[in-house]
Design a binder for this molecule. Structure first.
Ligand SMILES: NC(=O)c1ccc[n+]([C@@H]2O[C@H](COP(=O)([O-])OP(=O)(O)OC[C@H]3O[C@@H](n4cnc5c(N)ncnc54)[C@H](O)[C@@H]3O)[C@@H](O)[C@H]2O)c1
Length: 279
């Protein structure tokens, strides 16, 4: 149980954390902070936070736990800034979709002498953004990946793990690099492909789209600014995943060109088998 929780970033993910905490009654009070006053004020109106602050320092100074749910490119700098005003006993965690770059910059700049940061990524989300898309049930039964750094104390890891579990998450632990390598394939590449496919069609095709197109491109409705930053922060592993995908496409193209439909069918059957195992 944390007495005071501060949410830095009260958009879709931060807002969902606030609503889930209200439901689980595992925090005493919630203070919100967001650089966008509209999102911040909406988060209070929607019952995500008990109170809001327009300055980061004011929002986090009494917090026992601070959750950073801003775009990935500002998480490390906000953590460093917040550490200067936070209680020395405070715990920090985040929701960023990439981990290696954030952990690398905090390893050299953030010494864990005061507040302790436990990197996290909840594997739950939506293509919508902003606090109006927040959902109290978002994390229920979903994984949250914790990426402890070399100097993360076991007790801090346990407490932050307990927090994520209190809002319904299951926990897995990975190193920041393992995390980014895996999510390049399972999340970042699918988003990139969805954008590529949705961007390929012309307006005259719209009336002829159906479930297949909608299912395959749903995540292309996600915020382009947020996702450009995720792709940028995980550029190396994403290029690696993209090359693997291009190899697969090339094999399918050759099979088609050469009329080798047995090979094509074998590739589809293998993919179908894998897809059936995904819940
Ligand atoms: N969208 C998803 O499906 C998903 C899933 C898991 C994790 N994430 C991660 O969660 C984080 C938040 O994503 P989201 O989907 O909630 O986006 P969002 O756009 O809904 O919310 C982000 C919020 O951060 C605010 N913000 C921007 N810079 C800030 C700063 N310097 N200080 C304080 N607030 C700031 C924005 O105004 C916005 O309200 C991202 O790091 C993203 O990678 C997203």
């Amino acid at each position: 149980m944390f007495e005071t929780l501060a949410l830095v970033g009260t958009g879709m993910i931060g807002g969902s954390i606030g609503l889930a905490c209200k439901k689980s009654a595992q925090v005493g009070r919630i203070i919100g902070y967001d650089t966008n006053p509209e999102s911040l004020e909406a988060s209070r109106a929607l019952g995500i936070c008990d109170s809001i602050e327009y300055k980061l320092e004011n929002a986090i100074k009494e917090a026992d736990l601070v959750v950073f749910s801003t775009p990935v490119q500002v998480i490390a700098e906000e953590i460093i800034r917040a550490a200067k005003s936070a209680k020395s006993t405070a715990l920090f965690t985040d929701t960023g979709s990439t981990k290696a770059e954030i952990c690398k910059s905090l390893k050299t700049n953030f010494k864990n002498t005061g507040p302790i940061y436990v990197p996290a990524h909840p594997i739950a989300g939506s293509e919508k953004n902003g606090p109006t898309a927040a959902n109290a049930e978002l994390f229920k039964g979903k994984l949250t990946i914790l990426c402890p750094m070399e100097n993360t104390p076991a007790w801090a890891l346990d407490k932050v793990s307990g927090f994520w579990q209190s809002i319904g998450s299951r926990i897995e632990k990975l190193s920041p690099e393992e995390h980014d390598g895996i999510f390049a394939f399972t999340s970042h590449l699918p988003h990139l492909i969805a954008y590529a496919l949705a961007g390929l069609l012309e307006p005259r095709h719209i009336q002829f789209t159906a479930g297949g197109f909608r299912d395959t491109t749903r995540v292309a409705g996600s915020d382009p600014i947020l996702w450009t930053e995720i792709f940028k922060a995980n550029k190396g592993p994403l290029i690696n995943a993209l090359r693997g995908f291009q190899d697969g496409l090339n094999r399918m193209e050759s099979a088609l060109e050469n009329g080798d439909f047995e090979s094509l069918k074998a590739m589809l059957a293998k993919a179908q088998q894998f897809r059936k195992t995904v819940q």
